[in-house]
Write a protein that binds this ligand. Structure first.
Ligand SMILES: Nc1ncnc2c1ncn2[C@@H]1O[C@H](COP(=O)(O)OP(=O)(O)OP(=O)(O)O)[C@@H](O)[C@H]1O
Ligand SMILES: [Mg+2]
Length: 258
């Protein structure tokens, strides 16, 4: 049970890494294990998480319709309504949206597939998260456990942050469960996929208990509402502080598969 509201931001520059799948499943599992009330927010103009929630028959977790310009105020409103956990899905590609949203995170979850493309793309996401000094957890998604690329991915990512000890394997039921707005835990609670997701949430819940939520007014650059439209290209929504520029001085860092 979380004592005060926490915000998980699920983000990765790489398209298709599993952000929406994780957002919906983790929010459901948090609610199911008594960490709610849980609210979902979709900041991706593709609206996949919103579409999933619209297809859902169950009302929990809640879904909050907002946009980047209202996010600060809406999170404060959710806090005052005693929401305990907010899970925010983000668009692929590095944009002002991701930068703005990550500023609100108590914990950033970065899904990555064990592929060279995903691993190379992680550097850009890391720059944003580290620029905001946010705790992060990588989650390997779509893994083939015995493949060398999977263990290589764990090694490569662990040099840049914590890798969740639970990885999600490539399983078609993650997709099929979401067709009618459900999760693998609802469709087949005894399945391996459901067990993996349950264990992943248990791990993340522990991590969340340990992070100290910061009052919104103390978030650098967010001591006032930000203005913008619900669109991926609003890079000026929150100015990037000098200390957020890539600190290595030669462009985006690459996380190379070994
Ligand atoms: N572990 C998995 N096993 C099999 N399929 C998966 C797994 N995780 C995600 N998928 C499928 O991969 C596709 C991409 O996943 P998802 O939409 O969650 O990624 P995303 O990061 O949100 O994508 P985008 O960047 O476009 O928003 C979906 O069809 C989803 O059902
Ligand atoms: Mg998505």
């Amino acid at each position: 049970m979380l004592s005060t509201m926490r915000v998980i931001v699920v983000t990765s520059q790489k398209g298709g890494s599993g952000k929406t799948t994780l957002s919906g499943h983790l929010a459901f599992q948090a609610e199911a294990t008594g960490h709610g009330p849980v609210a979902l927010i979709d900041t991706d103009p593709q609206g996949s998480l919103a579409a999933w929630w619209n297809a859902r028959a169950a009302h929990a977790p809640l879904f909050i319709q907002t946009d980047i310009g209202r996010l600060f105020n809406d999170l404060e409103e959710l806090r005052s309504q005693e929401i305990r956990l907010v899970v925010i899905d983000t668009p692929p590609a590095v944009t002002g949206t991701i930068r703005s949203v990550v500023a609100h995170a108590d914990l950033v979850v970065i899904p990555a597939r064990p592929s060279p493309h995903d691993l190379r793309a992680v550097g850009a996401t890391l720059d944003i998260v580290e620029g905001r000094h946010k705790p992060l957890v990588f989650v390997i998604n779509g893994a083939t456990p015995k493949a060398k690329i999977t263990s290589d991915a764990v090694v490569a990512l662990s040099q840049h942050g914590t890798v969740a000890p639970v990885m999600l394997r490539h399983r078609t039921d993650f997709s099929s469960a979401m067709i009618d707005g459900r999760t693998v835990m609802e469709c087949s609670p005894a399945s391996r996929s459901a067990v993996e997701m349950t264990e992943l949430w248990a791990y993340l819940a522990q991590r969340l208990q340990r992070v100290q939520p910061r009052p919104a007014a103390l978030i650098p650059g967010l001591d006032r509402p930000v203005f913008g439209r619900h669109h991926a290209d609003i890079p000026t929504a929150v100015p990037v502080a000098a200390d957020e520029a890539p600190h290595h001085g030669f462009g985006r860092r690459a996380v190379n598969p070994t």
